[in-house]
Design a binder for this molecule. Sequence first.
Ligand code: ZN
Length: 273
Amino acid sequence: MAAFFIFQKDVNIVFMLFDTHCHLNFDDFNSNRDEIINRCLSNDIYIINVGADYETSKKAVEIAGKYEKGVYSSVALHPHNVDKEKFDYKKFKELAKNSKVVAIGECGLDYAFCENDEKTQKLQQKVFVEHLKLAKELNKPVIIHSRRLFPEILKLLHDTGYMLRGVLHCYMGRWSYAEEYLKMGFYISFTGLITYARDYDKVIKNTPLERILIETDAPYLTPEPIRKPENSPRNEPQYVEYVARKIAEIKEIPFDQVASQTTQNAKELFNLV
Ligand SMILES: [Zn+2]
């Protein structure tokens, strides 16, 4: 499928893509993880595997260690997991010191499964602030997960006064919130969701290309045209190309420009230049 576009590279259209957020560290990829990564690298697609708890963070670091370049990791306890595992600052810090750990995340707030549970909400806030502290201590950017709670996250970021760099992953908010985060120097990242939901076109149009990152969030959020409404096939980093193509279409600019600028943005944010 994506091979059609990748094939174009052979006729001298050279581009690189950077999937800044995927989960090849998850068990979903146990059967052919290395094959997928090697395919990405031979097609000039770089990736960051993002941890969601201690085990998947450790796994992300291990995977990154197997490849000389192009495969990186990020470590954190996802807000959904704060009541399943205690956030062990010291253990995460040891892991995050690894040079292949380019960010702290995904961390943030998501009350989808604890709407009426103030205790878990408070715990999420506490754990998120611990992640911000870790990012500050190790001078690494943050990858933020937010479901609707943009003002709450903004407040916690301001309250710490840390002046962190970072990205709002899988952005699903309105333009006015994006604008606030852009003012703070944050990047906005888009997934395959933008290939079929039109709710974010305004945000994409208004956000300067220099502040946009692309990602798949694989195995989730498979983009059009790979996606099937029922029983969608597993997402993979190579499909990040469809996200870049949709941004090019919405912004009415060449695909190559989106590919090269978003790659440069990722290298800048994650200190890979
Ligand atoms: Zn994710």
